[in-house]
Design a protein around this ligand. Structure first.
Ligand code: KE4
Length: 437
């Protein structure tokens, strides 16, 4: 089914042709599974560019973008400050495999904005960040077991591809072939937002558990915030049993608030992983936290971690430009207000159309669910949502110029470039979509 079955006259020939060609060289025609539209049906679009809140595909169709490159583009596409920073860096060089002053600047900025981070190491993806944080937590505790949560995704780290969320969840492949059983034997998978299950596991195995890794706001089973007290319960069991608490803020970092989810819920992790926003759209990840743990990392300590392009001057230039912009007064107030306006508008239109629908929102991150539940707070509730209805909604929105994440299990993102006009156009499209369901 073409992505525009309900609007056959919409030109998508170039995207379709490019997808055909891409599959001759790239597995599934994509460089990351969730882009393949397997979760919504139809062929993926190919994009030529973006400006502000808008994406332009290869057939010159324009869309209001709620994916934002999966979170990084909190300023929108091609923000002048980011472009200018990149152009300036280009006059000096692309990278040296050696240290630069800019790496100190971004490290200082991260440590200042996220006080739990006393020392930070840059890497080039969220996966590298979480993989490295787990390794240093194991090195620090001399323990092997790791706890993660069903529906949470932390990148394609071998030992964490166990009921992962995001792409794996969308593809209905809760485990991944190629991951040795011995790796996943080290990983406990608990239900998210379930304190009883957490306390039971730690009572039985706490002394063997190196760390908990958690998305403080889950964004890979769609957007599911922590229930009141949940994150504190994670903090408490880690304190009681000497395990390391890792907040995977690759998505929530600088997205839900300037200080990340840990500043929203006032719970301090031992380690934090970051990515997306801190790269300004270029490949950057980071992990950091307590000095005594981070000083276990080579060359200071016995836990090895490295990366050719870590701290890339180009990526750091883009990231720093973005971090400067988001520190401006009222940045998050406005972003949150705009997102709330969108959520309320969607809910009102769904209610008017008598569609069972609910939303979640934290800062500039949101989730939409076709469900009879008043609110969604567990993986089980997410999995019971009407995915078929989401698929139809997705395609009608796409036909009406709104680009949502092509999966019912992904969060959505508003950027500072989403103005009142974009929000109103989105709500107009949603009105048509709900009427078509
Ligand atoms: P990357 O390795 O993809 O840079 O980051 C992995 C990662 C780690 N932690 C969290 C909380 C994440 O959300 C991610 C990556 N997020 C997905 C989207 N939900 C990336 C999109 C994709 O896989 O193409």
């Amino acid at each position: 089914m073409s992505a525009f079955a309900s609007n056959p006259d919409k030109k998508v020939s170039r995207s379709a042709a490019l997808f055909e060609e891409a599959q001759r060289y790239i597995p599934g025609g994509v460089n990351s599974p969730v882009r393949a539209f397997r979760g919504v049906g139809g062929n993926p679009l190919f994009f030529q560019g973006g400006e502000g809140a808008w994406l332009i595909d290869e057939d010159e169709n324009r869309y209001i973008d709620y994916v934002g490159a999966w979170g990084p583009l909190i300023l929108g596409h091609r923000h002048p400050a980011v472009i200018e920073a990149l152009q300036k860096q280009l006059t000096h060089g692309l990278g040296y495999g050696a240290s630069t002053e800019a790496e100190i600047t971004i490290a200082r900025t991260i440590c200042t904005l996220v006080p739990s981070i006393e020392r930070v190491r840059l890497v080039t993806s969220g996966t590298e960040a979480t993989m490295s944080a787990i390794r240093v937590a194991r090195g620090y505790t001399r323990r092997d077991k790791v706890v993660k949560f069903e529906g949470c995704y932390h990148g394609h780290v071998d030992g964490l591809l166990v009921k992962a969320g995001s792409g794996a969840l969308t593809l209905g492949e809760p485990d991944s072939l190629g991951v040795p059983k011995s790796y996943t034997d080290q990983t406990y998978v608990l239900p998210y937002n379930d304190v009883d299950a957490l306390e039971k596991l730690f009572a039985a195995n706490g002394k063997d558990i190196a760390c908990i890794i958690v998305e403080p706001v889950a964004g890979n089973m769609n957007c599911v915030p922590p229930l009141p007290g949940y994150l504190q319960a994670l903090r408490d069991v880690c304190d009681q049993y000497g395990s390391v608490l890792i907040f995977d803020e690759v998505m929530t970092g600088f997205r839900v608030a300037l200080g990340g989810a840990q500043s929203v819920y006032n719970v301090t992790p031992d380690l934090t992983t970051l990515g997306k926003v801190i790269g300004g759209g270029l490949p950057v990840g980071a992990f950091g936290g307590r000095r005594d743990i981070m000083e276990m990392i080579a060359p200071m300590g016995p836990v090895y971690q490295a990366g050719t392009l870590a701290g890339s001057p180009l990526a750091v230039a883009a990231g720093m430009a973005m971090l400067n912009e988001i520190q401006k007064p009222d940045f998050y107030t406005l972003l949150t207000q705009r997102t709330s306006t969108l959520m309320k508008g969607l809910q009102d239109r769904a209610d008017a159309a008598k569609i069972s629908f609910t939303t979640n929102q934290v800062g500039g991150m949101f989730g939409c669910f076709f469900t009879n539940e008043a609110k969604i707070s567990t993986f089980e509730q997410v999995m019971a949502c009407d995915v078929e209805r989401f698929r139809k909604y997705f395609h009608v929105m796409l036909n009406n110029g709104v680009y949502l994440a092509p999966s019912a299990f992904e969060a959505g993102f508003v950027s500072a470039a989403h103005g009142e006009e974009e929000i109103q156009l989105t709500l107009n499209a949603a009105e048509r979509a709900f009427a078509a369901l």
